[in-house]
Design a binder for this molecule. Sequence first.
Ligand code: FES
Ligand SMILES: [Fe+2]
Length: 382
Amino acid sequence: MDRDEELGLIREIIGLAERKSAWLDADVAHSPISRYSSPERYERERAMILRRLPIAAARSDDLTGPRSFRTMRLSGLPILMTRGDDGVARVFLNVCRHRGARLERADNGCKRIFTCPYHGWSWTNDGALRAVPQEKQGFPDLPRAERGLRRLPSAEAHGFIWIVADPDMSDIPDIDAWLGPLAKDFDWLELSEHGTAVTEEFEISANWKVLVEGGLEAYHFRVAHAATIAPYFPDNLSTYRVFGTHIRSVLPRITLPDLTDKPEEDWAIRRDANILYSLMATTQLLVQQDHIVWIRMDPLSEGRTAVRLSTLVPKDGAGTADQREHWERNHEITRVTLMEDFTLGEEIQSGFASRGNPSHLFGRFEGALNRFNLQVEELIAG
Ligand code: FES
Ligand SMILES: [Fe+2]
């Protein structure tokens, strides 16, 4: 974001604080619970959103150098990421093209040739078929070019490897064009200059949208986070803006309204507010004072979501034992706080079966949740 936008956002929050109000939408809104609990609805989201839009799948430096590789499961697909001698990151289905065995079993490592553990077919790390044992006898006239590894569209941008989780899609959108005006924010954050200090994965029994919604309002801070972060944030004060299908929420700290006593040249939004970037569909970046939390959600079903939580820190600030301890402490605070949200999410999900509510209600200061759901509706309608 540029300086004018930063100052504009701070002024907006100060204005809201003076009026003792969060940003208010015109009306309350209803969100039918079938959005979160119906398997058919989930299948539609998977086809129209989760398998179509770019996902921040890994950090660029998860593939440390030429010939490094990494495997993972994402969007229900077994994935093999490689970096070639040409430095290019490529993403494939981790599936043998002979009879479908898992090609690479290790989580990560360094290799140029991948050999299937079943009958020994092998591929180079750019996906080309290299060798087939007893080929002449068994597979005369094998169309080798057609037996390369199935590739997923991918791109590297802002320190992430982005993928579209569908091998039938031929291309990934240009990431900066897809981010729109937020690309400028991501430059400002210097995401490429960040490394991963701590990362962990876990599964939550809740619909992915329930988890996204948990990050889009500050109404719950005072109650749900009473034991953790609530003292650092004013009650129910936030603002948001929609950028295409993405949302940027600004969650001011309790110190922000005091900036009125300081000259504008001393204002810095990251010091006095958290910023949450919620990219459609499952990439969230929670920008804190000196680090950025990357939340990667991987929906597994209508009621279950795998979450990967990574604390990204400036590359020049990750070295000493003191620094590592600082990041680990911060990661722990984030984990405990998010678990408060995720536990609520699991309780909400398990309540759907009771039919206690035909729909959820979004207050005027929860408008970002409605906007998010309307975007999802539009996308699944095609
Ligand atoms: S299944 Fe991989 S070589 Fe046969
Ligand atoms: Fe929360």
